[in-house]
Design a protein around this ligand. Structure first.
Ligand SMILES: Nc1ncnc2c1ncn2[C@@H]1O[C@H](COP(=O)(O)OP(=O)(O)O)[C@@H](O)[C@H]1O
Ligand SMILES: [Mg+2]
Length: 590
């Protein structure tokens, strides 16, 4: 299957493979800091190499003359090296945190701005992995791999120059092993990378398996499924260990080969070098410093290649992260949206609207739907499950734009308005009420963060929330558990109603608002809702006859089409779908 995210990225953008270049805009703000970090890296590389010069002097004449001077020189270099290492480490790590922090903030803000259609196509696990695992990879790149690569690059260039300056003959010999070294590290590195990807895949499987089962622990236990789950989980752990073992072995082989090559050639150089010293072509000190440079260059090269593969891995991660930023909302926003004049009237007009959730499917959720709701009117939508009632709300809140036709709010085309502006006129009690992991107080205040305690209490009172909240250990400040698990569906629904009441909107949208309540609570909550409906435009999706009776008129939907419009009495006389549903006392099968 095609990567679902690609679907939301324009064709032109999809082809561009910018990889790490995407990071540049995030680095711009910190140019000054980056310069200091670069300086610290240069300083560590330079002082490492300068140690070689000190070494030469000590061996050649340090023991005879200028002993104190040379020791002081070495001491200073070591001090500079230490300080620069400290600076490099703290500075670069801190910088990486800041840069990746900015990336995270930007991605989260961007995701919040996308229309719900995007999230329907993507698994939350996939999104979370991009937001967390991939950003962590990128952070490791910025804080470790790139600085090490730069330092090693400097060590290689500087080291090779100093080697040639010391002895042309030995340099040519020593450098001839470099192609061998490169080949070994390159091929083994590739193998290790493949094995690493494999491990990552198994880790992802492991975490998604445990996430799913732990989230559904009640079902697992109710069906005594623990043994099966344990077995399946253990198998995955086993394959993780096996994958890790292969990787570790490959890495060990590579390290061993590098050690052999580097020390083998050093031994050879010592052997030949002694001949050079005997022939008075170079001094003993020069040979010592040459070996020092050679060692540094050898290690740096093998390190550099390893880090290079990390960079490639992070490039993949960065691609996955920045793709998210290319995703465009399917709701087209205007640069200069028209503002809804305040206070707004709350007039709603659907003009021959058709809509389908997917552009690839012929299934239409709404077909040729027209509706005019005057300010303050109450309209009920009824119809069987899947007939398109909730879709009307989705379109009105501009979670999606109609495929055909237009929607107007106070005679303004919804396409010219900003979704936030539209939504701030409305409050919805959704079919599946959502309670966040926070206190009852914060949950009710969700849409009106400035509301004071008295207002919250009044809304809670009206929605019959007080009744159960007062019984909680800390009352309004009791934590409701993750996703509100401590509440029953009916209680969650009442929290949602209180939330809508508190928002005090121009337009009220009730989607089966009281469906999960028992008959008695429903009657009480219904009273509160009726008070709320007063001088407000209200659209209600209703399943009980008693609710529908209070509407100015009723729209009967069937398979996305309007089947009939009228008052209860008119519809009952038509003997159509409405009458059949009404006789069952149940107007929608949700
Ligand atoms: N997010 C979605 N993606 C694809 N199809 C959807 C989505 N939501 C609803 N549908 C489909 O659209 C139709 C109307 O759904 P909906 O408006 O929720 O019906 P109702 O609220 O009347 O039960 C149904 O056939 C449903 O399967
Ligand atoms: Mg519905």
């Amino acid at each position: 299957m095609e990567d679902p995210i690609k679907y939301f990225i324009s064709r032109k953008k999809r082809k561009e493979k910018k990889y790490l270049r995407n990071m540049l805009p995030f680095c711009k703000r910190y140019m000054g800091y980056i310069f200091v970090a670069f300086l610290a890296i240069t300083l560590t590389a330079a002082s490492t190499l300068l140690l070689g010069v000190g070494l030469r002097k000590i061996v050649d004449n340090g023991l005879l003359t200028q002993f104190n001077l040379i020791i002081t020189y070495m001491g200073v270099i070591v001090l500079v090296l230490g300080t620069a290492t400290y600076l490099r480490y703290t500075f670069v790590s801190w910088l990486a945190e800041k840069i990746i922090g900015d990336v995270r903030k930007k991605i989260y803000a961007h995701l919040l701005s996308l229309s719900p259609g995007f999230f329907e196509r993507l698994s939350t696990g996939e999104l979370l992995s991009r937001m967390n695992v991939d950003t962590t990879l990128l952070q490791a790149l910025v804080s470790t791999s790139i600085p090490i690569a730069i330092r090693n690059f400097m060590l290689i260039i500087g080291g090779v120059l100093l080697m040639f300056k010391t002895s042309m003959y030995l340099s040519v010999l020593m450098l001839s092993i470099i192609p061998v070294l490169l080949t070994v590290v390159y091929y083994m590195g590739q193998r290790i990378r493949r094995l690493t990807t494999n491990t990552q895949r198994v880790v992802a499987e492991l975490s998604s398996y445990s996430e799913e089962t732990l989230n559904a622990v009640r079902t697992v236990q109710a069906f005594c499924h623990e043994e099966e789950d344990k077995k399946a989980y253990n198998e995955r752990v086993q394959s993780l260990v096996a994958a890790a073992y292969k990787r570790i072995k490959a890495r060990a082989i590579m390290s061993t080969m590098v050690v052999f090559l580097v020390f083998g050639s050093i031994t050879l150089i010592v052997h030949l070098g002694v001949g050079q010293v005997a022939g008075k072509f170079i001094t003993l000190g020069e040979l010592t410093s040459f070996l020092f440079y050679g060692l540094n260059v050898g290690w740096s090269i093998s390190n550099f290649i390893e880090v290079f593969s990390d960079v490639q891995k992070a490039a993949g991660a960065s691609q996955r992260i920045f793709e998210l930023l290319e995703v465009r909302s399917s709701v087209k926003l205007r640069e200069d949206p028209v503002k809804i004049p305040k206070p707004s009237d709350g007039e709603i007009l659907f003009d021959q609207v058709s809509f389908s959730y997917s552009e690839f499917s012929d299934a239409q959720a709404l077909i040729d739907f027209s509706m005019h709701v005057k300010p303050g009117q109450k309209v009920a939508l009824v119809g069987p499950s899947g007939s398109g009632k909730t879709t009307v709300f989705h379109l009105l809140m501009r979670f999606y734009d109609p495929t055909v036709g237009n929607i107007y709010y106070d005679t303004l085309d919804l396409k010219d308005l900003s979704p936030t502006d539209i939504r701030s006129q409305m409050a919805i009690v959704p079919q599946e009420p959502v309670v966040f992991s926070a206190s009852a107080y914060d949950n009710i205040r969700y849409g009106s963060p400035n509301a004071n305690f008295d207002a919250v209490r009044a809304a809670a009172e009206a929605a019959l929330v007080t009744e159960f909240v007062d019984r909680l250990p800390k009352g309004y400040y009791s934590y409701l558990g993750s996703r509100g698990v401590t509440l029953s569906t009916g209680q969650r629904q009442r929290i949602a109603i209180a939330r809508a009441l508190l928002k005090n909107p121009r337009v009220l949208l009730l989607d089966e608002a009281t469906s999960a309540l028992d008959a008695q609570s429903e009657r009480l909550v219904q009273k509160a809702l009726e008070a709320l409906m007063e001088d407000r435009t209200t659209l209600m999706i209703a399943h009980r006859l008693s609710t529908v009776l209070k509407a100015d008129y009723i729209i009967v939907l069937n398979h996305g089409r309007i089947e009939a419009i009228g008052t209860h009495d008119e519809l009952m006389r038509q003997k159509g779908l409405y009458k059949r549903l009404a006789n069952l006392q149940y107007l929608s099968a949700n």
